[in-house]
Design a protein around this ligand. Structure first.
Ligand code: NAD
Length: 499
């Protein structure tokens, strides 16, 4: 009988020979041929790259089921290598996200054409703020009947869907959380932001393989489609889904038959009352709403301000660099930003956001509005009424409508309507604790920020930690490693309790 073929050994030998032929530096056994980001484009197709990498895919797959199989095998390898390997992977992701932030930020912006380069870079640099393995502590119980340990253990393979608004950041943050908890992950990125995601997955896997020997711990479908999403949803290895996106994907995930952790849409309202520091409020609104051209799901999207301080507030906005549009200019912009389709019920036209304006610069929007603004303008604003589509639709643009309200009560009612029961994020600028409490109770949002910009809710200038997936409709909140665990109880009966 012939001896069994050791495929892994053969692959390693082939990789080493190919490396030496290519006059590369000598490789450690089993190491990939590069650890640096591949050239952004054009990339060779996955099978060609795999052949050139000694058969290794480094997480990039054409077929969803193959991606799931590979992640399932990687999960077993991670389990074998223990918590030290999880720690190492988390360190790799944080280090590479930081080291590649400038390059990857540029590549993501070039591919998606939405948002701002400075913030695309920053969103990668701050991946280090996402909690890792240190977040997980078992719970112990001890009594007359012995001792019990409750541990936070992995599911196995997690299917993850990421948005176009922050493709590599969401992927990276999800990987930190999911791997810290001991899982492997399969990603279906947004088709308009999938090349940059695949690039990051490849670079992460190269380093993970080099440092831990684990292959394909994070996999991705190179050309994501609705079919590949459905394949993830039906694959037996995928134990849970984590989706980050708008209403369509949340609905699809909830109907998939798998448990889904859904980080859904938001339309965060801001209430400004007459007890607050108006300059601070204006600066906070500008900082949050201008960030990455208002692509953040937590970003300030509309302001309700008490009528007798509304002019002062808008003056403060202008003083701090936002540019005010006139009513005709807003209407011109609205015609470009929305398509009005025949509506349901009473027949009112329904506004549908025109994707061409999403995440574009304020200067671009100003041109559409017919306004001349300085080149450095980060945010536009204008007074509108409460039923304007700019108030009621989640419009991810650096334009923020300001609505006058007669009192705090009316402001809260209108803010609740604008928030659309997403229960995502709301913000108040006030020194009155009763106003804060009333708004918190009425809107019941996952994040409620007082006297700060939206990002204070994610540990950036406020206490807390960072995540790019805030699970709103399904209630897990700001996701962290514990979100991606199953609780298992281990019971010792009548023993080991010494006193
Ligand atoms: P999107 O809903 O268009 O896409 C999100 C992801 O879902 C993409 O991967 C897309 O391919 C996929 N998708 C969309 N419809 C689908 C369907 N019917 N079936 C299967 N997959 C589908 O959103 P986007 O424009 O990429 O991102 C912006 C949206 O995401 C906003 O609504 C924003 O509020 C939300 N978001 C939420 C969070 C959060 O943490 N809650 C974070 C980021 C973005």
């Amino acid at each position: 009988m012939s001896a069994p073929v050791n495929e892994a050994l053969i692959r390693d030998v082939v990789a080493e020979v190919l490396g030496r032929l290519g006059k590369l530096a000598p490789l450690p056994a089993g190491a990939p041929e590069t650890a640096q980001p591949a050239a952004p484009a054009p990339a060779p197709a996955a099978p060609a790259r795999a052949a050139a990498s000694g058969g290794r895919r480094f997480g990039v797959f054409q077929d969803a089921h193959e991606a799931c199989e590979a992640a399932a095998a990687a999960f077993l390898q991670l389990r074998e290598k223990g918590v030290a390997a999880r720690r190492k992977v988390v360190e790799i992701i944080k280090t590479l996200a930081d080291a590649n932030a400038v390059e990857w930020g540029r590549i993501e912006l070039e591919e998606t054409k939405i948002g701002r380069l400075d913030h695309k870079i920053e969103k990668l640099k701050i991946i280090k703020l996402v909690p890792g393995v240190e977040w997980l502590h078992p719970d112990g119980l001890s009594g007359d009947h012995g001792i019990t340990l409750e541990e936070y253990t992995p599911f196995g393979v997690i299917g993850a869907i990421t948005p176009s608004t922050h493709s590599i950041p969401t992927l990276s943050g999800n990987v930190v959380n999911m791997v810290a908890a001991g899982n492997a992950a399969v990603f279906n990125a947004h088709p308009a932001a999938s090349r940059c995601a695949a690039l990051a997955v490849r670079v992460y896997n190269e380093a993970i393989f080099r440092e831990t020997g684990i292959e394909n711990l994070i996999t991705i479908i190179e050309q994501p489609t609705l079919e590949s999403f459905k394949a993830l949803c039906t694959n037996e290895h995928v134990r849970i889904l984590c989706v980050t996106g708008g209403p369509g994907v949340v609905k699809a995930a909830m109907q998939s038959g798998k448990r889904a952790i859904c980080a859904g849409p938001g339309n965060p309202p801001v209430l400004v009352d007459d007890t607050c520091d108006l300059d601070r409020a204006a600066q906070c609104v500008i900082k949050g709403a201008a960030y990455d051209n208002n692509l953040l799901c937590i970003g300030e999207k509309e302001v309700f301000v008490l009528h007798h301080i509304a002019d002062k507030f808008m003056d403060a906005m202008a003083r701090h660099g936002a540019v005010r549009l006139s009513s005709p200019q807003v209407e011109r912009l609205a015609k470009e930003a929305f398509t009005f389709q025949p509506g349901h019920g009473a027949g009112c036209p329904e506004p549908v956001l025109n994707k061409q304006v999403v995440g574009k610069d304020a200067t671009y929007l100003a041109k559409l509005a017919g306004a001349n603004v300085p080149d450095k303008t980060e945010l536009l604003f204008a007074e509108t009424d409460a039923s304007h589509p700019f108030v009621l639709e989640e419009q991810m643009t650096p334009f923020i409508p300001v609505v006058r309200v007669k009192d705090v009560q009316e402001g809260i009612v209108l803010a609740k309507t604008a928030e659309r029961n997403y229960r995502h994020t709301s913000i108040i600028h006030s020194r009155n604790v009763e106003h804060m409490t009333a708004m918190a109770r009425a809107l019941d949002t996952t994040l409620f920020i007082k006297n700060g910009p939206c990002m204070a809710g994610l540990g950036l200038g406020g206490e807390g930690y960072l995540s790019y997936s805030i699970a709103t409709p399904t209630g897990e909140g700001i996701t962290n490693p514990k979100t991606f665990t199953r609780v298992r109880r281990c019971v010792m009966v009548d023993n080991l309790r010494i006193y």
